[in-house]
Design a protein around this ligand. Sequence first.
Ligand code: GAL
Length: 669
Amino acid sequence: MTTTDRRRALGGILYGADYNPEQWPEEVWPEDVRLMREAGVTCVSLGIFSWSKLQPSEDRYDFTWLDRIIDLLHDGGIGVNLATATASIPPWLSAKYPEVLAADADGSTYWPGSRQHQAPSSPIFREHAAKLVTQLAERYASHPAVVMWHVGNEYGCHLSLDYSDAARDAFRGWLEKRYGTIDKLNRAWGTSFWSQRYGSFGEVFPPRKAPYSHNPSMTLDFQRFSSDMLLECYLAEREILLAAGATQPITTNFMGPHKPTNYHQWAEHMDVIADDLYPDPASPTRVADAALNRDLMRSLKPGTPWILMEQATNAVNWRPSNPSKLPGQLAAESAQSVARGADGIMFFQWRQSKAGSEKFHAAMVPHAGLETRAWRETVELGATLAGLGELPPPGRDARVALVLDWENWWAIEQSDHPTTFDHLEALRVWYRELHRRGIMVDIIPPERVDEHYQLVLAPQLYLLRESGAAALKDFVEQGGTLLVGAFSDIVDEFDHFRDGGFYTQLGDLLGIRFEDFTVLSLSPGPGVTSVGFDGAVAGNGSILAESVDATTAEILSRFADGPAAGRPALTQRDTGRGSAFWFVSIPDEEAVRSVVEHVVAAADVAPVVADLPQDVEAARRGSMVTVINHGYVPASLSIQGTDLLTGEILTEFTLDAQEFRFINMDKNN
Ligand code: GAL
């Protein structure tokens, strides 16, 4: 049974929350189920942090309470997303086997008392996790209430890099598997530098505390290793579930563009993509940044709906200051997920905790009970989602791709570079402008670029594998429009320069030859802090000013001032069918705006809805177009279609603040 089938069996979009009944006396449970039904809840995630309750000591399991609550939920028609309960180890485990505890780069131990303090590569942790999961799988694999399996929880959220002895041993094994011989490792890491040559894998350590900077090829491998260790934990549990005959979809919850875990590798092992997202109500870029996360989730499994596994009904507890959402914002943000491919809207959590770190975190049922905005909006949203019926699967609606590559992200943000980079922010700047224009964007690695796209943006693609470069070249050959941003095509997958330095793979395609770059002064005072452009580009650039010659490219804009004054800033090379653009520096919003204007026109990319009013977002999902007014004042729109919720035929209409419409654009309906 696919997730979509399960969803249908539950009647529409999954709606629910993390449910932690063990925090409440059993008398509350029937009331919980009753209220869940009132709110339109169809599914809850159960047991995520229940290991110590399910296994109070090494030789004792207690599933009786879980049996009771699962049956109760089932009787109430609520599906269960059953956790493997291994997200956080119980105190008895670390007390008896302290070697399961993770350590930081200084060798300090992460002690119990919080969560996720286990070493992911610890064989003892894995063995105990496997035992628990085996019990759960055998007991519940064929329970009719279980509609999905939730393995672990937010892998690597708090602890993604572990330097413990368990990690040391596993890192050596991982390297041996990757390189086969120590000579190969020495070559890959360039260990002739600083007397780092290794005689055997047993001499290698994780990049623990050192007097000066670590070998960057090693730290890049350590990032790969650390992502792999977490994925191995997931896969081991998935295997156990499958071996026990589980037929439900198996997943874990992602965290948007989460740097430590390479979701492009993880995604193929998820039956359905699930994501947690907590947009910061105080952030002025909240809407576009959230849209990027959701587009990433859709792009991880094209054509398949994903699930918003966690969001907050109101304020969270874990930022330094935690503003609440505006009235209506919860529904508007949920609509954004559905618009961008989600078929499940879930929360953390059902009932607000009385004790513990998250007692101030909002929930569907707040401390103040049912006479609250959170509860009213929860019930309303449940009814809205239930009214939607079956939605078109997210198709390949985006004709624009933004390149995000985890290995590049790890590599570009290493130390000892000309300057420090905030790669995610660099991507977001471009995405926000596309989002403002109502253009759909997929977020993909370079290898996934194909001729379905009209325009591909690759800012800061510092580490570019041969396979990625080949896909980008092919794309332009086939007629696509490519924009490459500064500090791209510099190193290979070992973080080594290629012979010839910069742009060795894309230079001919772009028609440029790179000479050098200058880092602009970052603080006011003597020196240049930003540079302007002439010609086609408005705005300014900061941080970098590259000196480049156009060999075969046309120069559309030059640096107007600064150390590279007169040198090309925006170039274009037409290959016959396609076009390759190159743009310098770290551009500000205005510069991005004018470059996007240019390349969108060159690629002839159409927005979902033209001329969107300010703060109105538009997204397409197959035959459905969603428009959401995230602003504070009403906005007028003119779109022809049928309102999916009310059946109203639309032409001209107004969206109030935080209001949205799901519109069927299919002319036959
Ligand atoms: C997530 C986590 C949940 C809860 C939530 C609070 O990171 O998976 O267990 O802590 O945050 O916002």
